[in-house]
Write a protein that binds this ligand. Structure first.
Ligand code: LER
Ligand code: MN
Length: 270
């Protein structure tokens, strides 16, 4: 398994669960210093960070790009991939498509979290899931051309009413395409799953990425999640992807990153 740490460059998410905020260069230096394998970027769009700049920062610090979050499409532009409005869905697809071009240059996948939307008003759950599935399928074609996948993230009930647990998520992604994988976020799982390790075992090879946080979304070690059975389950299913710290910068960014890498070395490094 490999370690990663999140960096948000989206001002609307300045109080969000990201270990580093705003200073990409400092975040990369700290990630290298602490021994992370990669960074995960929550970027406002596909142009704010020029490809060349990111390429230099990554190679100077010996880091990979683990994944790129697309939530800015929702927090900044109120776009979702399952909107009843065809024009909004089209813009949402265009937004994620541009993020895929950006991420694809580093062979990294994009994450579909808040861009999935929710059902309600005049649109049923089944129609909403169908529209989301169609959008994900379109994105998966592009991901194939970059030899990567699309990461679909079940979120807790306060963030979506579509899919909250890994078992429902597994059924959904399996019905779509082999390169649409699940993002297992340990914070959302702490709210929604009965047993985190069992949920991981059941999802098995459908898991393509993991967000590492404690029960309260503080960095690993600052809550009550037991990482031992979680690590055993990931080893059992042969998971070799990233554990990416998506947690609040508590007590500060540096200490949060340090706590994460300590937890990673203790439990997850194979
Ligand atoms: C949001 O709660 C989250 O977990 C993000 O990874 C979604 O993009
Ligand atoms: Mn997450």
């Amino acid at each position: 398994m490999k370690s990663a740490v999140t960096i948000s460059l989206v001002s609307e998410a300045s109080s969000g669960p990201f270990v580093f905020h705003e200073d990409l260069s400092l975040a990369c230096e700290t990630a290298k210093l602490l021994g992370f394998d990669a960074i995960e970027l929550f970027a406002p769009d596909s142009v704010t960070v020029p490809l060349k700049t990111l390429h230099t920062l990554l190679s100077d610090n010996g880091l990979k790009l683990a994944a790129v979050g697309t939530g800015a499409g929702w927090v900044r532009h109120k776009l979702t991939l399952s909107s009843p409005d065809r024009a909004i869905r089209k813009r949402a697809l265009e937004f994620v498509d541009s993020m895929q071009e950006f991420a694809g240059a580093f062979q990294a996948p994009v994450i579909i979290g808040s861009m999935q939307g929710r059902w309600g008003d005049d649109q049923s759950k089944s129609v909403t899931l169908e529209l989301l599935g169609d959008s994900l399928l379109q994105l998966s074609d592009k991901a194939n051309s970059f030899n990567t996948c699309v990461l679909y993230e079940p979120l807790n009930r306060y963030e979506t009413n579509l899919i909250n647990r890994l078992d429902e998520g597994t059924e959904f992604v399996k019905s779509l395409a082999p390169n649409i994988k699940l993002l297992a976020d340990l914070f959302h799982m702490a709210i929604e799953e009965v047993n985190l390790a069992e949920a991981i075992r059941t999802a098995g090879p459908s898991i393509g990425h993991v967000h590492l946080a404690d029960s309260n979304r503080r960095p690993a070690g600052y809550g009550h999640t037991d990482f031992t059975p979680i690590a055993s389950a990931l080893k059992e299913i042969g998971y070799s992807g990233y554990l990416s710290a998506e947690a609040f910068p508590y007590p500060d960014s540096h200490a949060a990153a340090e706590a994460t890498i300590d937890c990673f070395r203790k439990h997850f490094r194979l």
